[in-house]
Design a protein around this ligand. Structure first.
Ligand code: S3P
Length: 173
């Protein structure tokens, strides 16, 4: 059954948009980070701190596979790095998967992440660059994977309602 995947950099609004979209379309909604936390009985930041990123990426891949194998039609929001590791981008090219890249500018991401960088393990390891430079470099590395999404939706200066409307219009066409 069809899976609608919402992907993009940290702070792009993946969980918020996916949640509203699920409400609008009356579909089940899964947040990959949340599913990982449930299965591991640990917060993402604690997994990074105690077991490291390589372990996290392995579990992230497994949980994504499990969610994609479920029978129901559902909306899944990924973590910012999900499409960029363990060949997950190939899993997203399977038949029955509709993927949306929520594309936010470096400025939008910097503004949003400035307020919450303490909660993001990957932003805490960055000591040399300013947040904006770090995001610019990181986004450059990841864009190759993000652009493999079936649909690209620019999020800057748009409301949640506008974005949900935009995505719904693509899905019904
Ligand atoms: C990550 C993003 C996080 C979470 C983990 C790693 C990343 O998810 O999966 O901290 O590599 O960009 P959000 O994008 O939901 O913050």
């Amino acid at each position: 059954m069809e899976k609608i995947i919402i992907l993009g950099y940290m702070g792009a609004g993946k969980s918020t948009i996916a949640q509203h979209l699920a409400q609008e379309l009356q579909l089940s909604y899964y947040d990959l980070d949340h599913e990982i936390e449930k299965q591991q009985q640990q917060k993402i930041a604690a997994i990074f701190a105690t077991k490291g990123e390589v372990y996290f990426r392995k579990i992230e891949h497994q949980v994504l596979q499990q969610l994609l194998q479920q029978k129901e039609r559902a909306i899944i929001s990924l973590g910012g790095g999900t499409p960029c590791y363990a060949n997950n981008h190939l899993l997203l090219q399977q038949e029955g998967v509709q993927s949306f890249y929520l594309k936010a500018s470096i400025q939008t991401l910097t503004q949003r992440l400035e307020k919450e960088k303490e909660h993001r393990p990957l932003l805490q390891t960055n000591t040399e660059d300013t947040l904006e430079t770090f995001i610019a470099k990181h986004l450059f590395d990841r864009s190759y994977f993000y652009y493999q999404a079936k649909h690209i939706v620019v999020v800057d200066d748009k409301s949640v309602a506008q974005l949900v409307h935009e995505i719904t219009a693509i899905l019904v066409n």
